[in-house]
Design a protein around this ligand. Structure first.
Ligand SMILES: *Cc1c(COP(=O)(O)O)cnc(C)c1O
Length: 415
């Protein structure tokens, strides 16, 4: 064991150094918890909201209560929360198709959107699948500036000069790229810039991985629509599928017509008994997000001390739950992912290997052992096998289990 770093003393230094960081995370969690509890109080959440409905699901109290609570928590006029939306991508697709019409232009102002949206927009994939492009919706993009901030001048000019722009699209999280996540205040600045030129343009935010990281959500700052997955942050590790839309009455209504049918909107949709898990998930979400953030800060601290590059840095302000760690070699990436897998509650005995995932240009390795398949508020890590061999890690439903996962990862990495 000579020349190997003393992990125990490093952990104790981390525990001391992170005290102040954790205090801030706890304060944010407390604030967000209060928002949730106040909304439960205001909308009188009770046992009756948990009863399942079947068939058309008319007058489903649980569905209506959950939508109302969600709108309050997100500082929005209206919300739609449905277990039947299969993923974040599905939700974003519904949002885009709900707001855009043939001849309109979609303007992404945070560079290229998340990979899985490419085919929905029609940037890749076959003609005729029913992408936005097939429906005559044009696409334009403004990249983030060198420092990761939005190019407000170009955004303003573009919205002024192009009268066909109907949706300005913002991705809050870094996703799996090297750009930083956007602070909610900055999203507010984008909203302000766009609305000052044309208040009829919708600002739609891909809010995946961002919920409850800050005390405000994009909808608190005027965004027309925020969209996210319930098997990430706002499901609190409890919701087993689904997604949400929060925003203005008009935007959410348009999405509801796309989700079901014009004329039906949000009035139908049997809950089949899934409402309780979504309400309970929202209750747990502020705390669970803080647990994931503590795990991320700890990982960043430990790896930085060991000489690796991390983003965000351990003591940096956070705007999403994703932590990227530059491990520098394929062996490093695989070792780290083996350790994260070992720290999972489910499938901890499995050894992850890189594989040629459809749609990716490089083999990808993924570590995940979640109670809910694919849930990434649960501890998980993935990496494309290409230089600089960066792992993207997120989640950790409890800080204790997240810490253990990171310690296993260090063990694999160093010994
Ligand atoms: C996860 C994610 C998506 C897509 O969600 P899926 O549930 O994986 O389809 C979109 N955007 C961002 C930023 C994400 O993190």
């Amino acid at each position: 064991m000579n020349n190997k770093p003393d992990i125990a003393s490093l952990v104790s230094r981390a525990d001391t150094a992170l005290t102040e960081v954790f205090k801030k995370l706890d304060a944010t969690a407390f604030h967000n918890q209060k928002k949730v509890m106040d909304a439960f109080y205001r909308h009188r959440i009770s046992e009756q909201h948990f009863y399942p409905t079947t068939g058309y699901g008319y007058n489903d109290k649980g569905r209506e209560g959950l939508d109302a609570v969600w709108a309050d928590v997100f500082g929005a006029q209206s919300a739609l929360v449905r277990h039947s939306v299969v993923s974040g991508t599905h939700a974003l697709n519904l949002g885009l198709f709900g707001l855009l019409r043939p001849g309109d232009t979609l303007l992404s102002v945070t560079g290229k959107p998340y990979d899985t949206l490419e085919q929905a927009i029609g940037l890749s994939g076959e003609v005729g699948q029913g992408s936005l492009r097939d429906w005559g919706v044009r696409y334009r993009q403004i990249d983030l500036r060198e420092d990761g901030s939005p190019d407000l001048n170009t955004i303003t000019e573009t919205v002024r000069d192009n009268g066909t722009i109907k949706v300005v699209f913002v991705q809050r999280s870094r996703g799996y790229s090297s750009r930083p996540a956007l602070p909610v205040m900055v999203i507010g600045e984008i909203v302000h810039a766009v609305k000052s030129i044309n208040p009829d343009v919708f600002v739609m935010v891909d809010n995946c991985y961002g919920e409850f990281v800050e005390v405000l959500e994009p909808t608190d700052c005027g965004a027309d629509l925020a969209v996210g997955s319930l098997i990430k942050n706002p499901g609190g590790g409890i919701a087993e599928s689904g997604a949400y839309f929060a925003g203005t009455k008009k935007a959410v209504e348009l999405v509801s017509y796309r989700l079901t049918s014009p004329g039906i909107g949000a009035e139908c949709g049997a809950s089949l008994g899934h409402t309780k898990e979504m309400i309970k998930g929202l209750f747990f979400a502020p705390h669970a997000v803080a647990q994931a953030l503590k795990t991320a800060c700890f990982a960043a601290y430990m790896l930085e001390e060991l000489g690796y590059k991390s983003s965000p840095r351990w003591d940096a302000e956070r705007h999403d739950i994703v932590q990227s760690l530059e491990l520098g070699s394929p062996e490093g990436v695989c070792a780290f992912c083996r350790g994260i897998q070992r720290g999972a509650p489910v499938d901890s005995f499995v050894v992850p290997e890189p594989w040629d995932m459809p749609g990716y240009s490089h083999p990808v390795i993924m570590a995940a052992g979640a109670f809910t398949q694919g849930a990434s508020l649960e501890l998980s890590a993935d990496a494309p096998m290409r230089p600089p061999y960066t792992v993207f890690m997120q989640g950790g439903l409890t800080w204790e289990s997240g810490k253990l996962g990171v310690l296993y990862a260090l063990e694999e990495l160093l010994y």
